[in-house]
Write a protein that binds this ligand. Sequence first.
Ligand code: CTP
Ligand code: MG
Length: 170
Amino acid sequence: MDLAGAAACILEAFKYYLPAYVANAAPVVVKGKRPIDGGRLFIDGRRLLGDGKTWEGLAGGILAGALVAALLAALLSEPSLVPLGLVASASALLGDMAGSFIKRRLGLERGQPAPLLDQLDFYAAATLGLYLAGARLSLGAVLALAVVTLALHRATNYAAYKLGLKDVPY
Ligand code: CTP
Ligand code: MG
C-alpha cells in the first residue's frame, strides 16, 4: 500500500472512532458529582473506581458520542455508523472505568498518572467493541490510530488544563 492508501485507510477507521473520542472527552466538561461506585471500597480497602468516574460523566459521554454518531451517519450517508458509534462510545466509557479500577488496585489515587493506561484504556475498549459489532478495521489502522490517540490525548488534556477544565495537564 502506498502512503496515500495508508492515509485513506486510517481516515476510514477514524470515522468509527470519532464518537468514542467525543464520549471519552465529554465527561471532563460535564463535571459530575455522583460517583458510579457510590463511594464504595474494594476488598483492598481502596475505592472501587474513585470520584473521577461519575454517572453524569457516563451519561453525558454516551449522549455526546451518540450525537456525533448520528451526525456522522447523516453526513456520510452510512446508517450503520449510528449503532457502531453507540457501541464505541459505551465501550470507551467502560474501558475508562476499567482503567480507573486498575489504577485504584495499583494504589494510584484519582488523577495520578498511569502512562499508556490513561491514554489508551478507552481506545482499546472501543476497538474491542467495534470489532465485536462488526466494524471493518485493519490491524494497521488500529495501531496507527493508537499512536494518533496518544498525541490527541496529550494535546486535548493540555488544552483542557489551560482552559481550567482539568487540574492537571495529563
Ligand atoms: N469523568 C466523569 N465521569 C466519567 C469519566 C470522567 O465525571 N465516567 C470526569 C471526572 O471529572 C474526571 C475527568 O472527567 O476527573 C477526567 O477523566 P479521567 O482523566 O479519566 O479521570 P481522573 O480524574 O484522571 O481519574 P482516574 O485516576 O480514575 O483516571
Ligand atoms: Mg486521568
